[in-house]
Design a protein around this ligand. Structure first.
Ligand SMILES: [Fe+2]
Length: 193
């Protein structure tokens, strides 16, 4: 079944410190990833799997990039979904944040620092390995996410997510991102685990 880009235009005019012009450009990029994911899956279906190997092969190359297209589409979906300033962390989430990071301020400091040391994504996860919350950075869509992680919050820290509004001030953008977190969405992801 083909993947479909979701309509996040309801975010326009709703965010603090992230312009509509930037958001609209970002939606276009997200739609491009969804289109490429569909193309990727179609191409994989019709490409000969025979004679593949580690060195070279059309199917092999597609297979190596499959997660780029998939994560490029769905990390953006998770990111847009957790935007819109709304709510606050649930008592259960607050407890987990405190257990994992010490307190909310330390959690935000960790989130920002992680965002400053990647050129790509930050994901906040609950780990099925130790039951704690973690921040992980992905330098490419498909590189850097450890196994056994359930994602509850996504920060897009690629330059395209902020340069139009913030120039090179990635930290200023991350501060704005934090103000725009939809905690109701994060609480829902968290409580579903
Ligand atoms: Fe992005």
């Amino acid at each position: 079944m083909a993947h479909e880009a979701r309509d996040f235009s309801y975010l326009l005019g709703k965010l603090e410190g992230i312009s509509d012009k930037l958001l609209e450009a970002h939606f276009g990029l997200y739609k491009g990833y969804v289109a490429r994911l569909n193309l990727m899956e179609e191409e994989l279906q019709k490409t000969d799997k025979g004679h593949t190997n580690y060195s070279w092969g059309h199917w092999s190359e597609l297979k190596r990039r499959e997660a780029v297209a998939f994560n490029g589409a769905y990390l953006h979906e998770l990111y847009f979904e957790n935007l819109t300033p709304k709510g606050e962390p649930s008592p259960e989430l607050v407890q987990d944040i405190n257990d994992s990071f010490g307190n909310h301020d330390e959690f935000l400091k960790d989130l920002k620092s992680t965002g400053l040391c990647t050129i790509g994504w930050v994901v906040v996860t609950k780990s099925r390995a130790d039951g704690k919350l973690h921040t992980y950075l992905l330098t490419e869509h498909h590189v850097g996410l450890p196994v056994l992680q359930d994602i509850i919050l996504v920060l897009d820290s690629f330059e395209h997510a902020f340069a139009m509004d913030y120039g090179t001030d990635r930290g200023g953008y991350i501060d704005a991102f934090v103000k725009n977190i939809d905690w109701e969405v994060v609480n829902r992801r968290f409580s579903a685990l």
